[in-house]
Design a protein around this ligand. Sequence first.
Ligand code: GLU
Length: 478
Amino acid sequence: MNLYKWLFLLYNNDMVRTRFAPSPTGYMHLGNARTGIFSYLFARHQNGTFVLRIEDTDRERSTKEFEDSIIEDLKWLGIEWDEFYRQSERFDIYKEYAKKLIDSGHAYYCFCKEEDIEKQREEAYAQGKAYRYPGTCRHLSKEDVENRLKSGESYVIRFKVPDGQIVSFEDMIRGNISINVDDFGDFVIVRSDGSPVYNFVVVIDDALMKITHVIRGEDHISNTPKQILIYEALGFKPPEFAHLPVILGEDRTKLSKRHGGVSVRFYKENGYCPEALFNYLCLLGWSSEKVGKEVISKEEAIKYFDIKDINLSPAVFSHDKLYWLNGVYIREILPEERLLEDLLPFLEKAYGKVDIEYLKKIVKATRKEYNTYLEAVKKLRPFFEEREPDEAAKEELSKIDRKVFELLKQEIESLEELTPENLKGVVKNIQKSTGLKPKDIWHALRIALTGSLEGIAIDVIASILPKEEVLKRLSRYT
Ligand code: GLU
């Protein structure tokens, strides 16, 4: 690295700071993973800093297991972070800022009973109106508040939304967004159990962590004005915002469990490789025309990523396309070592201990045959397991002259080595001596070795299976 580049990095390193802020309330959804990827690419493209922040303030719904799974899945996807925070460890900080807001008159204690609020909400609902807290506790006297706090009355803390204000911001993807905050009513920032709510803590964290660009899903657009009000009340400068378009299923409704597997975990467990999933998620909403191709490595994505190239229209998730792309990675892109490493646990789960040298031979000859590792497990079965003939094979078997199995055994026994070439010779010899058609001889060999009429080319299977195993399987039919 030359001196200028080094100096550039030194000065600019912390200029851009983005964060990914998942809530550990479930496995990571593909939409969240895409948000994480885009925040990551945005930071890396500019030699910035990428922060991972676990948003676990919702104590009832957050679990350590889901946090672990999110961290594991991010690592699996190849998204590495520079700083890590957990909101549940920062409650003292939030308390301090809630107090600041109260002291400066931007927030207040509210002693309204939950039942009363519920009643008001139902009334508003019955009248077809959106509920808005009427500000009952906004003007309580200082003494009143102190007495009620002293007597241990339960309370929430509400943010005082200024009357008649319109909050505007420039979204990096959508341009100007203006929202009238009058309708919000004074919203809760600390719950009655003392836990702070998302719209409050997210501001404290983004400000204290010096986040420069907040990139998140469009479902958060309506939260942004609330957050901007809190930034202003605390005298913090708001970051830039980019709200990513939603991801839809192929029926054009929001991608959800109804569409089948929608978590990163699902694809991991179903035999997808992380590079392909990363690549596919990049294509959801980012028009990579500048890259000029759809098969993009992480390094290329970092190099070309530009938030200006995000499409405003929703991205449509296509399972078929991801399946195709995964096949491309298995066939053409993953180094053999990686493919072996990825396949091994899937195969061992199905068939027990697998010899790595044996697997190497198999993978070399078959990697064009499957699009996922689970599919590989199914297709590679003959290499690991002997099978009873299935119905179609049984029917075929009834038409085959059984002596062909004995002949195959004899011919193969006499071979030094089993190769596709040698096997062709075997079939030719048997054809000559018996007059059987080559097709039937191959069929017989396939049934004996695999129990099925379909699958990976039989000469490939027969030449990789150990010779003793081939002979053993043939013996069942002699
Ligand atoms: N924890 C929030 C979520 O998972 C993060 C939203 C944000 O990025 O501000 O939706």
